[in-house]
Write a protein that binds this ligand. Structure first.
Ligand code: PRP
Length: 213
């Protein structure tokens, strides 16, 4: 066996701003992804407080759902938000996932959507809540609402953690919005750039040097 030291992973540091207090290591993004995060846009504590607030609203709006509320998450970005929201809700929910691919560049979608993974179950007669991490142009959601509406759910609503300023212009009904944010490139808490940064427990603005090279 070699005596050379094992490679070390980036250190997950405790920081006052992101400190979790519930057993997860809080992460200093500047350390984990050295220099890539220009600033923290939404802290871990703000995300948690908002999810509690959203869960209370959702639970109050669906007091008499006979079959469990069906959360439909859009992979992959919505995974963190969806699982935390499900755990915060005080009503029974079931989880379904869809994966879609929108044709477009790495940083913007075109509105032409292809289903990569469809729902596993029929949603006819079910109360459905689409769970999204972010509404950017609104094109993905617009397409998804039309697609799911054709399957005759009892109700169809949307809950998004983030909504960008541009998306406000798009005519898509969104019942629950966590945070309205500026048109900046954000990553973390499920959101990626080239599949990286999804593991950050907060939302951060990506330093332009990452995508300008
Ligand atoms: C992101 C996000 C939304 C969509 C929003 O997904 O999760 O589904 O883009 O963009 P829009 O409002 O401009 O249509 P993405 O296609 O990046 O896939 P991912 O969730 O796997 O990262």
């Amino acid at each position: 066996m070699s005596d050379s030291p094992r490679p070390t992973r980036p250190t997950k540091l405790l920081s006052r701003e992101t400190a979790d207090g519930e057993g997860y290591p809080a992460v200093d993004g500047t350390e984990l992804y050295a220099g890539d995060i220009a600033k923290v846009q939404v802290t871990q504590a703000q995300i948690r407080a908002k999810i509690t607030e959203l869960a209370e609203k959702v639970a109050a709006d669906y007091p008499d759902v006979r079959s469990d509320l069906l959360l439909v998450g859009v992979l992959k970005g919505a995974v963190m938000f969806m699982t935390d929201l499900a755990r915060a809700l005080t009503i029974p929910v079931q989880l379904e996932f869809m994966a879609v691919s929108s044709y477009g560049s790495a940083t913007s979608s075109s509105g032409v959507v292809r289903i990569l993974k469809d729902l596993d179950r029929d949603i006819e007669g079910r109360h459905v809540l689409i769970v999204e991490d972010i509404i950017d142009s609104g094109l993905t959601l617009s397409w998804l609402l039309k697609n799911l509406a054709t399957r005759n759910p009892a109700s169809l609503e949307v809950c998004t953690l983030l909504r960008k300023a541009d998306a406000v212009k798009v005519d898509v009904p969104v019942r629950y919005v966590g945070f309205d944010i500026p048109n900046e490139f954000v990553v973390g808490y499920g959101l990626d750039y080239a599949e990286r940064y999804r593991d950050l427990p907060y939302i951060g603005t990506l330093h332009p040097k990452v995508y300008t090279g």
